[in-house]
Write a protein that binds this ligand. Sequence first.
Ligand code: C5P
Length: 304
Amino acid sequence: MTVRVPGKLNLHLGVGDVRGDGYHDLCTVFQAVALTDDVTVSVAEEPGVEVVGEGSAAVPAGASNLAWRAVQTLATHVGRDPDDPKVRVAIRKGIPVAGGMAGGSADAAATLVALASLWRLEMGRDELATIAAKLGSDVPFLLHGGNALGTGRGEQIVPVLSRHTYHWVLAFDRRGLSTPDVYTELDRLRAEGDPPRVGSVEPLLEALATGDPRQLALLLGNDLQAAAVSLRPGLRRTLRAGVSAGALAGIVSGSGPTCAFLCGDAQSAVEVAAELSGAGVCRTVRVAQGPVPGARTVGGEETR
Ligand code: C5P
């Protein structure tokens, strides 16, 4: 059973103060983009996780892999033995590892959908979303895909309709960034001074509804960007290079270090990608459009 799952960008990421449980209150607009991982779950006597593809060497293959935690959590939920679930998970990565595009959360979301199908569980997406939220803040969105408004720690999502397809260029950095480190850096910057915060989310939601990438470009904003740039100052150069190459705007994706550049159309995205590749500011450049659906079985039956 193979499930394809996209990565995400945050078009707007407003980070509130740190909560009692260590998480931060968020107000975010997610968009799922067509940079995907394929997750195959099969019945096996020898349980485990294997990972190939983009940055796979950096992905933990053992019990600390989020996809494996998804297996154990779903097994427990349906009364199977979480320590001997008799399944193997094979992940083909296209989403950058530790890149701020929720690659690990995507694999967890895909694993839930694949296992629900493999085990023929009579589970709706809402029940899966509740389990997803336990695994990570971004997992419910990656089940869903499209565009969505996320609140709470990001796990409470409401779909946002948009008629338009947007064209992005993504610049992967040479090394990843740890999400907790970036949040901690933001807390430090805020304790020291008063870094600017993104404004209300409303104008961006209105721009999404119009479908005009030029309007959307003016409203992209990410409170984690200052923290990611503080930890990885070279990102400033990457962001400048994308805009000089002709993108409408550039932004750090989530906690970074991937940078996302919004382009006017598909042709412009190809041109920006080519120029950015030659600029020597990042490891790899990809073109991806969004929004796209969340975790879906490939060439098989859909779970309800
Ligand atoms: O939920 P998830 O496990 O993906 O989050 C990873 C880390 O990112 C958390 O342990 C926390 O340090 C940070 N985080 C946060 N506030 C959020 C989401 C994540 O501080 N809303």
